[in-house]
Design a protein around this ligand. Structure first.
Ligand code: SF4
Length: 422
């Protein structure tokens, strides 16, 4: 228990709401670690023994998978879902033995904490549909304080990497963050905003490249021309790459099919051969035919998906997207060892993927334009399967496509390729 956190300020985005429904979406596909004490306590329960016997798919294994000689163990899954989920998609551990008996990570979800010089900053995980919709009870500092001492808090280091050749101190980061907030407040499309974030990050990184440990004053000076009306020309100038459309569709097809194939192997025991993956990539890229994406629980008609209108004009669908993009920017504070510049490339890709999944979802519902349901589907799928988890998987995968995708994300032109300025 970390009681030293109790005196810190708790920072929560005003208006944040959350109540677990519960729907069970967060309980599948992740590797959920459980500590030894909780695992042993559960293994000693009669109801757990009976559950093991009732699950023939486990083939005599327990409900936990031991990872090695240390303390770590993972919860077993059945077809992607946690083995402890009951038929109503509720957690049996919570229902029978209460909140405290669950693995720590399940107790904490969807809360993510960063400790910065400002205090403890709360972000919610956008793979949860209720978080995307911002439904439920207000999230308050008093409520957070009750559970915080038992939760995992990521401590933000004294310098944040901006690019492979430059970093920011905390004051420098605050100057950059304020400019990002200015960009997000402008009345232009999300694509244009992300392109502008990318461009100004790139020019700051270039300006700082030859300085060993630049301070906040140097960052402020370099960003000064972009303050206030200085942003207008940048927002007007940002352009997608000239080959954008075809390249973007190809990259998206590769990412989606890579994730689908690696999870299919892991979850359904049905590996795709490299030839099959490439065939599926081409089918999606050329927008022909229909495919079942089992992992994402979606059947896509590529021709129809391509015709769906992605128009965020209505408040009901623009508001969650505005909040989502703001969340992506605020989360840059927890970038760890990944340079902010690369995180913006990932953000651009996430946005393009979100758009694609929203359109595919609308097409599956026989709609011609995306609605709130499709927006929620697009964000939750991207955040759960394709965000940082994709990069963790790519680190381990050694195949040709995985290396190609890894290389793309180190290429500064990727961002402009993934988005469209109109
Ligand atoms: S995804 Fe969100 S609403 Fe659904 S069970 Fe998990 S925390 Fe609850």
């Amino acid at each position: 228990m970390n009681t030293s956190l109790m005196s810190e300020s708790i920072l929560i985005e005003p208006g944040t709401r959350f109540t677990c429904v519960p729907c069970g979406f967060c309980c599948g596909y992740w590797d959920i670690e459980i500590d030894q004490a909780r695992m042993e306590a559960l293994n000693a329960k009669e109801w757990v023994r009976q559950k093991v016997e009732a699950l023939p798919a486990l083939k005599g294994q327990g409900l936990f998978r031991i990872l090695g000689q240390g303390e770590a163990a993972l919860l077993q899954r059945q077809s992607g879902g946690c083995s402890f989920l009951d038929e109503r998609m509720l957690c049996s551990i919570h229902a029978i033995d209460g909140m405290e008996a669950k693995p720590a990570v399940c107790q904490q979800y969807p809360n993510i904490y960063y400790k910065t010089p400002r205090g403890i900053e709360l972000q919610l995980d956008y793979s949860c549909p209720e978080v995307i919709k911002n439904y439920g009870d207000p999230v308050t500092a008093e409520g957070i304080r009750k559970t915080l001492p038992n939760e995992y808090v990521q401590v933000v280091g004294s310098r944040l990497p901006l690019s492979p050749k430059s970093s920011l101190d905390w004051q420098g980061y605050l100057h950059l963050e304020a400019l990002y907030a200015d960009v997000l407040a402008r009345k232009v499309s999300h694509d244009r905003k992300i392109l502008a974030l990318h461009q100004l990050t790139q020019s700051l990184a270039n300006g700082l490249a030859n300085l060993a440990e630049p301070d906040g004053g140097q960052v402020k000076e370099l960003l000064a021309p972009l303050q206030g009306s200085g942003l207008d020309p940048l927002l007007q100038q940002v352009r997608p790459s000239s080959k954008s459309r075809g390249n973007r569709d190809l990259y998206l097809a590769i990412l989606i099919q890579l994730v689908e194939s690696s999870f299919s192997r892991e979850v359904y025991g049905q590996p795709f051969s490299a030839g099959q993956v490439i065939g599926r990539v081409l089918k999606q890229w050329k927008a022909t035919g229909v495919a079942e994406l089992k992992v994402f629980k979606l059947t896509v008609d590529y021709v129809r998906a391509k015709r769906v209108r992605f128009d965020l004009a209505g408040d009901q669908i623009r508001e969650p997207v505005d909040r989502y993009v703001k969340h992506l920017v605020k989360s840059l504070v927890g970038t760890g060892s990944v340079p902010i510049q690369k995180r913006i490339a990932i953000m651009a890709t996430n946005f393009a993927l979100f758009r694609w999944f929203s359109c595919a979802s609308a097409a599956a519902r026989d709609q011609r334009e995306v609605g709130l349901e499709d927006i929620v589907f697009g964000i939750k799928v991207v955040e759960k399967f394709l965000s940082n988890r994709l990069f963790n998987k790519l680190e381990k995968e050694k195949g040709l496509l995985a290396s190609y995708v890894g290389m793309l994300f180190d290429n500064p032109t990727l961002t402009a390729t993934m988005l469209s300025a109109d």
